[in-house]
Design a protein around this ligand. Sequence first.
Ligand SMILES: *[C@@H]1O[C@H](CO)[C@@H](O)[C@H](O)[C@H]1NC(C)=O
Ligand SMILES: *[C@@H]1O[C@H](CO)[C@@H](O)[C@H](O)[C@H]1NC(C)=O
Length: 237
Amino acid sequence: MKTLSAQFFKICTFFLVVIITTTAGVSIPSISKRETVGKCPDPNFPEFVGSACNDQHSMTVQCKNRNNARNSNRQQCNQGENCIDFLLNDEVPFAMCVPVSKLLHWTNGNYNNQVCSGTIRFDSGTNGESISIGLNTYDTNGNLIQVFDVVGRVNNKQIGEVKNQHNYSQIYRQYNVHDIVTFCFIPGISNPNNPEYANEAIAYAYIVRLSAIGGKDVQVTDIEPVISQNNTLYIEN
Ligand SMILES: *[C@@H]1O[C@H](CO)[C@@H](O)[C@H](O)[C@H]1NC(C)=O
Ligand SMILES: *[C@@H]1O[C@H](CO)[C@@H](O)[C@H](O)[C@H]1NC(C)=O
């Protein structure tokens, strides 16, 4: 009986170990909300300098060594992620692949109107923190496409604007929980023979807490997933 239960215990332990190992093996990608950020895989250029989206599914990462020699490499997003340009604290460009399901997205279709996003906000966390706001515009083939104008707003008050860019990145200080972030863009390059018509751009936007993405040295990070978004679209007149 004793040997039997000892045997049984051994078997159980064996299975337990197997179960734990398997779970630990898959837990990082499937359970945690880990966005993809640029890395410096070459040990000869270990230091992160900055990263920028290359297209909808990849980024270019700049790395350097102690002598400030630079090297850049291309990194792919995971399946189901889009690349978004953000800024780190000291205006360092920082691209991140964010699951599409988390992103605010909207499009002008082919109309030459200003089109505005739904809403995105944090519903938990601390008041008064800084957030990094990122938006990119892509064409229907997933290439970056310039738009004429992008504005960002917090609680309906304009906080920033860029013209003739495919990305809008801004740090907003003193963000309070439930503050609502929205965006509008005016598409680019309309056909001069038909001013009603514009190229279709799809905007993707996201907000992250700066404390969650850390500083320049951070190369992998978990971004707080507690975000409410409302993808209801509206056109501004
Ligand atoms: C935006 O795009 C430009 C051009 O690709 C790039 O240089 C810049 O780093 C990007 N990111 C930000 C945050 O501006
Ligand atoms: C979603 O956003 C729109 C536009 O701001 C607003 O009219 C609507 O009430 C919002 N819906 C919810 C459920 O928050």
